[in-house]
Design a protein around this ligand. Structure first.
Ligand code: MTE
Ligand code: MO
Length: 333
C-alpha cells in the first residue's frame, strides 16, 4: 500500500468542508463571502505554505512538563506538521490551511483569563500565573472532528478540574461556559458578515459541571513539547477527548460557572446537526453523513489518510460512560 492520497480519500474531505459552507449558505448567511476566501484558496496539498508567511507574533516556546504514564497512550501519533497545518479555527478562515496562514500576527501575550459566575472566588489570571499554579503534563489523546476525520495528538496542559476547584464553585453551579477572545482587529473572520462564516462571535462552548470535572478534560497550553501555535488555539484552549472537536474551544478568555445550560456556537447555528453534548458516537449519524467511520490522518507522509471505525465516546467509554447513565444518547446527542 502506498502512502499516496487517493482521489477517494481527498474527495470526502472537500465534501465535508463544503457541507458546512453549504449549510451556512442554506441558512442564508455568509453570502458572497463563501466564494471570496480570506487567503488565496489553498488546497489539501498546500498544508505547508505557511513557510512563505511573515514571522509569528507570539512564537511557540519549549515547555516544562511531566509525562504521567497513564496518559501516554500507545497510539500512532499524527505528525506535528499536520496537527499545526490542518485546522478548524473559523475566526481565521474556513479552509483547513487558513488558520496557520492567517493567525501568524495573532498576539497572545499578554493574555488574561477570567473565572467567574457561580464561584466563591472569582479571579482573573494571566498565563504566567497559570503556569506557576498548575504543573503541566503531556497527554496523548485521540481527536475526532465532527467532519469524520481524526488525529492522535500529544497535548500539554492540566485538568480543568484543578482550576475550577481553586475558584470554589457555589452549590448553584451546574454548567461551565467558555468564551473565545472577541477581537475583530486580529481575527478577520469576526470582522463582518463577509468573512463571519455565519457563526455568532465570540465563539462559545459549554460543558456540564461533572463533564468539566472529569479528569480527562484538559485545559491545554501546548502541543508537541511547545506552547500552542496560534492556529491550535493559543495560549489556552479546551480539549474534551470523548467529544467532537468543536467542543474544544480555542483562545479562551473567560470561563463562567452557571446554573443553566450555556449556549454553544455550532448548536446555535444548526441545533439538528450539532448537539450540546456532542459525544463521539458511531451509532448517531450526522444528518448529512455517517459517523460510523473516520479518516485518520497518519504519520506516513503528507497524504497518509486511513479509514477506521469510530469508537463510542472516541474510545474513552470506561472513563466517561457513567456520566450519561439513564440518558437517551440519540435524543441528547
Ligand atoms: N474559537 C474556535 N474554537 C474552535 C473552532 C473554531 O472555529 N473557533 N473550531 C473547532 C473545531 S470544529 C475543531 S475540529 C477543533 C480543531 O482543533 P485543531 O485545529 O487544534 O485540531 O477546534 C475547535 N475549536
Ligand atoms: Mo471539528
Amino acid at each position: 500500500m502506498s502512502n499516496k492520497l487517493k482521489e477517494s480519500d481527498v474527495t470526502p474531505e472537500h465534501l465535508f468542508n463544503c457541507s458546512r459552507r453549504q449549510l451556512i449558505r442554506l441558512l442564508g448567511i455568509g453570502g458572497a463571502a463563501l466564494s471570496a476566501p480570506l487567503s488565496a484558496r489553498a488546497g489539501i496539498t498546500d498544508w505547508f505554505s505557511a513557510d512563505k508567511q511573515p514571522p509569528l507574533a507570539s512564537p511557540p516556546t519549549p515547555m516544562h512538563y511531566s509525562q504521567p504514564p497513564q496518559w501516554q497512550a500507545d497510539l500512532t501519533l499524527t505528525p506535528e506538521s499536520k496537527v499545526t497545518g490542518y485546522n478548524n479555527f473559523y475566526e481565521f478562515g474556513m479552509d483547513k490551511a487558513d488558520p496557520a496562514a492567517n493567525a501568524r500576527q495573532f498576539k497572545t501575550e499578554p493574555w488574561k483569563i477570567t473565572l467567574d459566575g457561580e464561584v466563591h472566588q472569582p479571579m482573573t489570571l494571566d498565563m504566567d500565573q497559570l503556569f506557576k499554579q498548575f504543573p503541566m503534563e503531556q497527554r496523548i489523546y485521540r481527536m475526532r472532528c465532527v467532519e469524520a476525520w481524526s488525529m492522535v495528538v500529544p497535548w500539554i496542559g492540566f485538568s480543568l478540574a484543578s482550576l475550577i476547584k481553586m475558584a470554589n464553585p457555589t452549590s448553584n453551579a451546574r454548567y461551565v461556559a467558555f468564551q473565545t477572545l472577541y477581537d475583530p482587529q486580529q481575527m478577520p473572520g469576526q470582522r463582518d458578515g463577509l468573512n463571519s462564516a455565519g457563526l455568532n462571535y465570540p465563539y462559545v462552548e459549554g460543558l456540564r459541571l461533572d463533564e468539566a470535572m472529569n479528569p480527562l478534560t484538559l485545559l491545554t497550553t501546548g502541543v508537541y513539547g511547545k506552547t500552542l501555535p496560534p492556529q491550535n488555539g493559543a495560549p489556552l484552549r479546551l480539549i474534551v477527548p470523548w467529544k467532537y472537536g468543536f467542543k474544544g474551544i480555542k483562545s479562551i478568555v473567560k470561563i463562567s460557572l452557571t446554573r443553566t445550560q450555556p449556549p454553544s456556537t455550532w448548536n446555535i447555528l444548526a441545533p439538528d446537526e450539532y448537539g450540546f453534548y456532542a459525544n463521539v458516537n458511531p451509532h448517531v449519524d450526522h444528518p448529512r453523513w455517517s459517523q460510523a467511520t473516520e479518516r485518520f490522518i497518519g504519520p506516513g507522509g503528507l497524504f497518509d489518510v486511513k479509514r477506521q471505525p469510530t469508537l463510542m465516546f472516541n474510545g474513552y467509554g470506561s472513563e466517561v460512560a457513567s456520566l450519561y447513565k439513564g440518558m437517551d444518547l440519540r435524543r441528547d446527542f
